[in-house]
Design a protein. Structure first.
Length: 364
């Protein structure tokens, strides 16, 4: 809803994030990591260098398995008392806690789940739209999108609200952005989320996270060996996170309307991506949204190196799978017969592209 109570379309929210500011409740799990050994312990577990991360300063990092696989993509923010606020994708707090507890041994560290919320403001005018005083105000720089994440306990008066913290922390004139526009922005920025792009066995170089999250000068950390070895070999990996643009369906030959729109015709999460000739499966769509900027569907997929973006691909799915899944719904990765979905499947030519997906200034 806008400040006047008028429903905001995906195009409205998207345009506001591009030109002014829009706000969205971002689903995050928040933890506190404290104790006398918090700094040395986290230094040995996180891929990023935390030395000098003073109060109010934030950094992104990875928690890796000893084999160098991604356990969690996290953000850490320093506090005045030497503790840290750690936030991760919704539902991943228990995974992060279990991962940190696994190697804690006798270190004097306490890991506590916090009942906090995250209100995200994106757009060039983000800072001007903040009116409240949340516990943390964290600058965010996604490729192509800047803004601020506001974190803290839900403010007084927010109980029962469908968007707690928004009215208390953000000016009423800032556009209230829905899930569709938010997902389009995240996908275009190439920001992976747990359960979609961050799947079991994924490594940092595949997800494009090394530059954002890894320090090669800090010293040893869990999982470092694989990350360093791949980097020394030119980051050549069998698959890599890429964007896929699926243009709007132009419609039948009789001139009737097409089927791609913000409401219908989106390929589902889990749709198969094949080489342009349809002979080889090279990945699955892991996130999908309608992009007003591209006037078509935008998606993320871990693509086999058989495809080198920018390159045409074929996207195939069973219409019974329904439209693009809502944010937070994990992709269906169940095996399909060779050649993709059944005889009634839908196929659409798409274009793989390197990330980020910067929308064109003219027609797509």
């Amino acid at each position: 809803m806008s400040a006047s109570g008028v429903p905001v379309t995906a195009a409205d929210g998207y345009a506001a994030m591009r030109s002014a500011a829009a706000v969205h409740v971002r689903a995050r799990d928040v933890l506190s990591v404290s104790g006398a050994d918090a700094v040395p312990y986290l230094q040995g577990q996180c891929s990023q260098d935390l030395a000098g991360l003073g109060p109010g300063r934030s950094t992104e990092s990875l928690l890796l398995s000893p084999q160098g696989k991604v356990d969690a993509y996290i953000r850490l923010t320093g506090r005045d008392d030497g503790s840290f606020i750690l936030d991760a994708d919704a539902g991943w707090g228990p995974v992060v806690t279990a991962r940190l507890e696994r190697f804690r041994l006798r270190m004097k560290v306490e890991i506590t789940a916090l009942d906090w919320i995250c209100v995200a403001v994106r757009g060039p005018g983000s800072a001007d739209g903040i009116i409240g005083r949340p516990e943390l105000s964290v600058p965010v720089e996604w490729p192509g999108w800047s803004g601020v994440d506001l974190l803290g306990p839900a403010p007084v008066g927010a109980a029962g609200s469908s968007a707690p913290g928004v009215d208390q922390w953000v000016d009423a004139g800032v556009v209230r952005c829905g899930d569709g526009a938010w997902e389009a922005a995240r996908i275009e920025a190439g920001v992976p989320i747990a359960g979609h792009e961050e799947v079991e066995g994924a490594i940092p170089a595949e997800l494009g996270l090394v530059d954002r999250t890894v320090s090669f000068t800090k010293g040893c950390f869990t999982g470092q060996e694989l990350v360093a070895r791949i980097d020394s070999r030119g980051s050549n990996v069998p698959r890599r996170l890429a964007g896929v643009i699926i243009p709007a369906d132009p419609g039948p030959d009789d001139g009737g309307p097409g089927t791609s729109s913000p409401e219908t015709g989106l390929p589902p999460v889990g749709a198969i991506v094949l080489t342009a000739d349809g002979d080889h499966e090279v990945g699955r769509l892991s996130s999908v949204a309608w992009s007003p900027g591209w006037e078509g569907a935008v998606a993320l997929a871990l693509l086999h190196r058989r495809v080198t973006p920018p390159e045409d691909v074929l996207v195939r799915w069973d219409p019974d799978q329904g439209p693009g899944a809502a944010p937070g719904a994990a992709p269906d990765r169940s095996p399909d017969p060779v050649g993709g979905a059944g005889t009634g499947s839908t196929s659409r030519v798409g274009r793989s592209r390197p990330l980020p997906l910067t929308p064109p200034t003219g027609p797509v």
